[in-house]
Ligand binder design. Structure first.
Ligand SMILES: NC(=O)c1ccc[n+]([C@@H]2O[C@H](COP(=O)([O-])OP(=O)(O)OC[C@H]3O[C@@H](n4cnc5c(N)ncnc54)[C@H](OP(=O)(O)O)[C@@H]3O)[C@@H](O)[C@H]2O)c1
Length: 212
C-alpha cells in the first residue's frame, strides 16, 4: 500500500519505518526539518521518501495521523481534502503539557477528529502502545504468540487496512468495536503510558500489559 505519515516523530518515524520494511511505499511528512524526513526515508531501508503533508496524502491508501493534539489543525490544513481517504490515528487528545486528556468520557479524540474529517474513512489504532516497544514487536513478528493491539472504527474498509498494518508491525489485531469505544481506549492508552514511563520496568511492563 501507499502510506502517508503525517507527523514523523516518535510514533510516525517508527511506524513509517516498519511499514516500509514490511513492503509498503511510505511518505514521511510533517517534522520541523526537511533533513529529518530525508534521513528517515533513507534509514527506512525500504520504499520510502520525504514529502509535504499534501504529497503524503495524495493517492495514499492510508494516512497515519501521528501529531500532538495541538498540531492537528495545522497538519490537517496542510494535508488538504481527505475525502475518501483512510485515516489511521494514533493521536491522543492531550493538553499542552501532556498531563491530561482534553477529551474523555463522553467523547474521544478519535470521534472529534472523525467529525472534523466527515468524509474520511477513519480508524483509531496504535495509540495504546508506547513507541519504544514497536521495533521489538516487529522483530518478534514471526512468533506464534503475538501481543494484541486494539483498534476501533465505524468504516469497514479503514478497519481492514488497519488490520493489515497492525499485523505487519507484529501485533494481533483486536477489534474493539465502533469508533465510540475510543472513549475507553484513549484513557487506557494513558494507563499504559503511565506504566511505561513512570514505573520501574518501563516499556517491558507496558509490553506485557499490551500482550494481556
Ligand atoms: N510516543 C508514544 O509512545 C505515543 C504512544 C501512543 C500515542 N501517541 C500519540 O501519538 C501522537 C504523536 O506522538 P509522538 O510521541 O510521535 O509525538 P512527537 O514525537 O512529538 O512527533 C510529532 C511530530 O510532529 C512534528 N511537529 C511538531 N511541531 C511541528 C511544527 N510546528 N511543524 C512541523 N512539524 C511539527 C514533530 O517534528 P520533529 O520531528 O521535528 O520534532 C514530529 O515529527 C500524539 O498524539 C501522541 O499522543 C504517542
Amino acid at each position: 500500500m501507499r502510506i502517508g505519515i503525517l507527523g514523523s516523530g516518535l510514533m510516525g518515524a517508527k511506524l513509517g519505518t516498519l511499514f516500509a520494511r514490511a513492503g509498503h511505499e511510505v511518505t514521511f511528512s510533517y517534522a520541523r526539518s526537511e533533513a529529518k524526513l530525508e534521513r528517515l526515508a533513507k534509514e527506512a531501508k525500504g520504499s520510502a521518501r520525504a514529502g509535504t503533508p499534501r504529497e503524503a496524502a495524495q493517492n495514499a491508501d492510508a494516512l497515519l495521523l501521528a501529531v500532538h493534539w495541538s498540531r492537528m489543525d495545522d497538519v490537517l490544513g496542510q494535508a488538504g481534502d481527505l475525502s475518501g481517504t483512510v485515516v489511521l490515528s494514533c493521536s491522543l487528545p492531550m493538553n499542552d503539557d501532556d498531563t491530561a486528556l482534553v477529551v474523555a468520557h463522553t467523547s474521544s479524540g478519535a470521534e472529534e477528529l472523525a467529525k472534523k474529517l466527515p468524509n474520511a474513512r477513519f480508524v483509531s489504532a496504535f495509540n495504546t502502545v508506547p513507541s519504544e516497544v514497536l521495533f521489538d514487536v516487529f522483530a518478534a513478528r514471526r512468533r506464534s504468540k503475538r501481543p494484541s493491539l486494539v483498534y476501533c472504527g465505524d468504516d469497514r474498509r479503514a478497519k481492514n487496512i488497519a488490520v493489515k498494518l497492525i499485523r505487519d508491525v507484529g501485533f494481533e489485531p483486536l477489534d474493539a468495536g465502533p469508533l465510540r469505544i475510543a472513549r475507553y481506549t484513549e484513557p487506557f492508552a494513558l494507563l499504559v503510558a503511565q506504566l511505561a514511563y513512570e514505573r520501574k520496568g518501563g516499556p517491558e511492563l507496558a509490553y506485557r500489559f499490551e500482550r494481556f
